[in-house]
Design a protein around this ligand. Structure first.
Ligand SMILES: [Zn+2]
Length: 503
């Protein structure tokens, strides 16, 4: 702690600062007092209780995972190692329509993958979730989106394949109001999933309008990332225009070989909306494979007609990632079951679900590397992991996203500059989600920082060994306290609930 003799609690000396704005880097020491950055510049001759020599290193705002599914995981594993070891200091949870309230409905999805310790009690609404974050104090900060699927299940029960009644829309809207009042950053949908895929544009806009009243974000896993990609991005923009929300296209991609290249047209839709003055952006993870629920693969006809939101994929493109009931199946391709059981692919997939329950996740190879680069280089794209770190063979994005971009796409391939990459990982998501005092390096803001070596940083998580931290991420600081030092987790529990627009 700060004594009367020391001006600062911690100084990072000799680094090159990438301040999160996308501007040129500059040499500066960073002085930290309490939870804030209190000086930036030459601090020679100034004492601190603690110092870290970061010469030769890049000093960046802590990375903000714009697309996280760690809603329950931050409470079940508060060190959140897959995030913290890659430099993430804040996660935005509640994506793809899967929210944390009402609790009982939420617990049936992500809650089944990440069982909570007995001391974490069921929470009451979004206010209760954020209060639980402040009690448990994971190692990093947590901001939350209100999820539509969860609300629709709660409002409509088993009768989902119809439009909601006025009362049911009012019920959903009431939860959005509760969430936004509590400090949620926006509202999310997952329109390839059930029950979200049964909802119309009008229903979504009616519920999102509550979030729009708070200038919240409408974050959407859009209805179709394949042949209907352009129309689906247009739908998200329309919801934004009807509701008053800003818009975030989740994990922007073109899925399925027939649709590769169509990303140019979906980027054009985003550009046109921005020219009309609408705030539309997207997030991305840097891989040519995705990961989703096996149930969604079937519900969208991806193994048969391919006209659904995932396009057409082959059994050889689908690999079991997480299968809690039968972990020995994890890592096997759907094609191997097709062969073993002599069944068509969709029947083999259904048999897996019948035998193991609904919560099965898969990795799907369905993107084009050129599209991945085009999306990354586009100024409307920020970074998020979309990680689901459950089971033995989850998608490596949960561990590798940030070091992979900094190593492969910045240093090795020059797809984007280092200052652009840092901006997409920090200032851009912080400003979009109204995370006050986060995402930038300047005097007075919170001391969320990451120190990495631009010459060596790289991902090491693979499909075979996905739970492998990247290299070159040396130190990570949350609210002024190192949570990772010299590449080792300190187990410091200093994260906070972040409430929209509030410091
Ligand atoms: Zn999604």
């Amino acid at each position: 702690m700060n004594t009367s003799h020391d001006k600062f609690d911690l100084i990072l000396r000799g680094g090159t600062v990438y301040d999160g704005s996308g501007g040129d880097p500059f040499a500066a020491d960073v002085g930290i007092t309490g939870d804030r950055i209190t000086a930036l510049g030459v601090l020679s001759g100034v004492t601190a209780s603690d110092e870290i020599d970061v010469s030769g290193m890049a000093v960046s705002p802590g990375f903000i995972d714009a697309h996280s599914h760690d809603d329950f995981h931050v409470l079940s594993s508060p060190d959140v190692e897959h995030n913290t070891m890659q430099g993430i200091t804040t996660v935005v949870v509640g994506n793809c329509g899967f929210g944390v309230a009402p609790y009982d409905t939420a617990a049936g999805r992500l809650g089944e993958l990440f069982s909570l310790p007995p001391e974490v009690k069921p929470w009451d609404g979004y206010a209760g979730y954020l209060a639980t974050i402040d009690q448990v104090k994971p190692s990093l900060n947590v901001a939350v989106l209100v999820g539509h699927n969860t609300l629709r299940l709660d409002a409509m029960g088993d009768n989902q394949e119809v439009p909601p009644s006025i009362d049911q829309v009012t019920h959903m809207a009431g939860w959005v109001a509760e969430g936004m009042e509590a400090g949620a950053v926006g509202f999310s949908t997952g329109l390839i999933y059930e029950p979200g895929r049964f909802s119309t544009t009008d229903e979504i806009a009616a519920v999102a309008t509550v979030a729009g009243g708070y200038r919240g974000v409408y974050a959407s896993h859009i209805r179709n990332e394949a042949g209907g990609l352009v129309a689906a991005v247009e739908e998200a923009v329309i919801v934004g225009e009807m509701s008053g929300c800003t818009v975030q296209i989740s994990h922007h991609k073109a899925s399925g070989g027939d649709n590769w290249g169509s990303i140019e047209r979906s980027l054009a839709v985003i550009e046109a909306a921005r020219e009309r003055g609408k705030d539309v952006t997207a997030d991305q993870y840097p891989y040519t494979s995705g990961s989703t629920r096996l149930a969604a693969v079937l519900q969208n006809g991806a193994l048969t007609h391919g006209s659904g939101g995932l396009g057409r994929v082959g059994a050889e493109d689908v690999v079991l990632a997480t299968c809690s009931e039968r972990t020995e199946l994890e890592g096997r391709s759907l094609a191997s079951f097709v062969e073993e059981w002599d069944l068509p692919a969709e029947d083999a997939a259904q048999k897996i679900l019948d035998e193991t329950g609904d919560n099965v996740y898969v990795v799907i190879f369905m993107m084009d590397e050129g599209d991945v680069r085009r999306v990354m280089a586009h100024p409307t794209t920020m970074i998020g992991t979309d990680g689901i770190p459950a089971g033995s063979k989850p998608h490596p994005r949960a561990w590798g996203t940030y070091p992979r971009i900094l190593g492969k796409y910045v240093r090795e391939e020059g797809v984007i500059t280092l200052q652009d990459a840092v901006h997409k990982m920090t200032g851009m998501p912080a400003d979009k989600f109204q995370l006050a005092g986060r995402g930038h390096i300047k005097e007075g803001v919170f001391a969320d920082l990451v120190v990495f070596d631009p010459a060596t940083v790289i991902d090491r998580a693979t499909y075979e060994e996905p739970k492998t931290p990247g290299a070159g991420i040396h130190h990570s600081i949350v609210n002024g306290t190192p949570i990772v030092r010299d590449g080792v987790h300190s187990h410091a529990r200093v994260g906070r609930a972040l409430r929209r627009g509030r410091e």
